[in-house]
Every structure is written in C-alpha cells, then in structure tokens.
Design a protein around this ligand. Structure first.
Ligand SMILES: Cc1ncc(COP(=O)(O)O)c(C=O)c1O
Length: 418
C-alpha cells in the first residue's frame, strides 16, 4: 500500500492522521506575511546563554530588581487581598494604580491625565498593538524613525500598515524631512517616535523638534505615538518636555515599567485623548482583557513605598557607568573608520562600522567568538542596504568587568572583515 498524506488521510479516516507534517504555513492569514519576527525571537533566545557576552537584548540589569521587597509585598497581598490581587481587574486597570501612575506623570510632566485619559497596559508593546488593532486599516500610512524599535514596526505591519521611515540625526527624528513628505502629499495616520534615548540609536529629540512635530500633527491631523520606554533613564540633564505634555490633544504616550521596574510584570500605561483610550480599552477587552491584577497591586505598593524611585535612581548610575565603559572600550579597540553614538541615557550604543562590513554575516563569527550583538539591518524597513554595516549594542545587562572583553571580541570580528 502506498503512503497517503494530508487530506487523503482525513478522507479515508486514517487512524494515524494526526501523524506527520501538515502545511500550516499555507493557511496563515495574509496579514502575517509582512511580519518578520524571527529577529526578536533570536534576541530573546540568546537571553539565557551563559558563556556568551551578550550585548543583544534590551534587558534591564537583574541586580536592579528588589526581589526581597517584592517577595514581602507579594506575600502580604496574596494573604490579605486575594479578592483583588488574584482576581480579574477592570480592563483599564485598578483605580489605585491608575491614581499612582497619574500622580507620577503629574510630578514628572507637569500634567495629570484627565478623566478617561489613562489606562494600564501589559507593557509598552501592548499599547502599540491596541492602537494598531483599533486604528490601522490595510494600507494606512504609519511613519516611524529609521532606524526604530523592531516591535513598533511589527505591531503596525501586523495590521498591514504602509510603514514609512524618516531618518534620525543627533537631534532625533528629522522633522524637516517629515515636513517635506507631508508638503508633498503624504498623509500618515500615525507618526511613531521614541524621543528619549531611542532604541536602537540611543539618540534623543531636541525640544525644538518636539514642538515642530506637535505643530505638524495639528496641521496635518495625525496622531503622534510617543514611546517613552527609556525616558526616566537619563544620565544627566532632564529630558526635554514630553510630546504628551506639549500636545495632549494629538499625542498618545506609551509608557512601560519594563525598563525601570521589571519586564517580568508586563506593566505599562497609555495616556492620551479620552476618545482614543476608550477605543484601546475595547480592543484590550478582546485581547488579554486586563493587565495582571497581582502585578498592578505589587507595582502600586512598591511605588507608594518609595522603592521605585530609589530603583530608578540607582539604575541611572549603573547604566551611566556601563555606557561609559562601553564607549571607552570602543575607543580602545575599534578599527579606524568606526563611529558610534555616545549615550546620554537608556540602554544603547549604535555603532557604524566601515563601509562594506556586513554585520548580519558577521554575527555567526561573533557567536563563535562568544559575543552577541544585534545587527542594524532589522531596525530599518527594507531600504536596500540600510543598516548593513551597523550594530546595536545594549550595555544594560553586561557585567562591568566583561564589557571591555566583549567589545574587544566584537572589534576582532569587525577587523577580520576589513
Ligand atoms: C522603545 C521600546 N518600546 C517598547 C518596548 C517594549 O516594552 P515592553 O517590554 O514593556 O512591552 C521596548 C522594549 O525593548 C522598547 O525598546
């Protein structure tokens, strides 16, 4: 008897029909075809590799996690408040944490969200996903910085947006380039920006450009999605005013506690026009329904106890030191013709190798040399060649005493390609 596969098995009622490969990929929804995703999976899969010096993921340093304090808070909440902490929460978040986050925003930004302008999200990516799900139709134009955070590109592509890139320079997104595109007829529904210590480039948007961008949003009627993932992790002078504080009528702010508290809790916020927040709440009802109540209560208790502010202050010192160790090591080891950004906050140094170096191809050699980085190319849209000789280095989770050695290994790999 000849072997039968696929539909024939089903037709014949073959008792072994569960066995063997089925072509699931052929059944994928069309909207998934534009999605990469393998890059983030690859970054996360390296997270546990212990013998590799890992400059790849944007992970906070675990030593910043106050596990003793958190264990006490968890034990108390579980014993004393199971009906809240172990229960579903309202989709917009529990009242206590919303009040706490609102107070933090008022203190930091000089503006508290009005009624209906704030919700709790499951991390920063949740806000992007909810926004894209609620507002992006196939073909809608979404503008992003080039390069930008991969998760942002994926959230918009996942809903078949026509994603366009606007370049960055030392003062952040080239708002003048965006203005030219708008004058030429481009009509984005959303402009996504990471104005503070950007991922991946480590650069920030100047105060002047923030005002210009807000003016353009009002004039051309688009929404600015302001991602403030690293805003609180500045090393020196305070960051310029947030876009949300400058223009709350046209800005949705996506915040996350992942980088300043712990990504394990998956906690973030969205602040913006009440009409938009109400739509994101509806979208969240049919995704994960609510952020976990235990995490919401723990974060609130931790924050109200003053622990979060202490954690952030200590983290800034730690990351500033690691940033300096990284740039010192780059200066010591990198071949002539290599340039990099000097971080003033956040997790990243953005490295540009001499022309012709292919950082995707080199990542295998880097792995063999027991060091990992993320090549620049996935942070761009498919502009031919963009990012080919660039590298994102995340120094946030590399132990101080391994930074020099790690950079030396990367330098050796880059030199081998010259
Ligand atoms: C710019 C930016 N936004 C959002 C996120 C996602 O944050 P979360 O883990 O809270 O979803 C990241 C994480 O790397 C990020 O770099």
């Amino acid at each position: 008897m000849t072997a039968v596969t696929g539909q024939q098995d089903l037709d014949r009622g073959d008792p072994n029909r569960g066995a063997g490969h089925r072509p699931w990929d052929e059944r994928l929804a069309r909207r998934t075809h534009a999605l990469g995703g393998s890059e983030i999976t690859a970054i996360l899969s390296l997270a546990g590799a212990s013998d590799v010096i890992t400059f790849s993921g944007g992970f906070p340093e675990p030593a910043t996690f106050q596990s003793g304090v958190l264990a006490d808070i968890a034990a108390r909440l579980i014993a004393e408040e199971p009906g809240v902490a172990l229960q579903y929460s309202a989709t917009e978040g529990l009242a206590g944490i919303r009040e706490y986050v609102s107070g933090r925003l008022a203190a930091a930004e000089g503006r508290a969200p009005a009624a209906g302008e704030l919700m709790i999200t499951s991390g920063g990516i949740d806000c992007m996903e909810l926004l894209a799900k609620s507002y992006v139709d196939p073909g809608d134009v979404v503008v992003v910085e080039a390069p930008t955070y991969l998760g942002g590109i994926m959230a918009f592509r996942g809903y078949e947006a026509d994603v366009r890139g606007v370049p960055l320079d030392d003062a952040g997104m080239r708002v003048d380039v965006l203005a030219d595109l708008l004058a030429g007829g481009l009509r984005p529904k959303i402009v996504y920006t990471i104005p503070d210590y950007q991922n991946p480039a480590g650069l920030s948007m100047s105060a002047e450009r923030r005002r210009e961008l807000a003016d353009l949003a009002r004039r051309y009627d688009f929404l600015i999605l302001e991602d403030v993932a690293y805003r609180e992790l500045g090393f020196g002078a305070a960051a310029p005013p947030s876009l949300w504080s400058l223009a709350p009528d046209v800005v949705l702010q996506a915040g996350t506690f992942s980088k300043i508290f712990s990504p394990g809790f998956r906690m973030g916020w969205a602040a913006g026009p009440a009409e938009i927040i109400s739509r994101l709440i509806i979208a969240k009802q049919n995704s994960d329904q609510c952020a976990g109540a235990l995490g919401q209560r723990m974060l609130e208790e931790y924050g109200r106890g003053g622990h979060l502010e202490r954690q952030v202050a200590a983290a800034r010192v730690l990351y500033e030191r690691r940033a300096r160790l990284t740039t010192d090591a780059l200066a010591a080891h990198m071949p002539d013709g290599t340039t990099w950004t000097t971080p003033t906050g956040g997790f990243y140094v953005w490295l540009t190798c001499p022309g012709g170096v292919d950082t995707v191809a080199l990542s295998a050699a880097a792995r063999a040399n027991k060091v990992a980085y993320v090549p620049g190319q996935p942070f761009y849209l498919e502009d031919a060649g963009a990012g080919a000789n660039q590298i994102r280095l995340s120094y946030s989770r590399v132990a101080d005493d391994l930074i020099d050695e790690g950079i030396r290994r990367i330098a050796d790999v880059v030199k081998s390609a010259l």
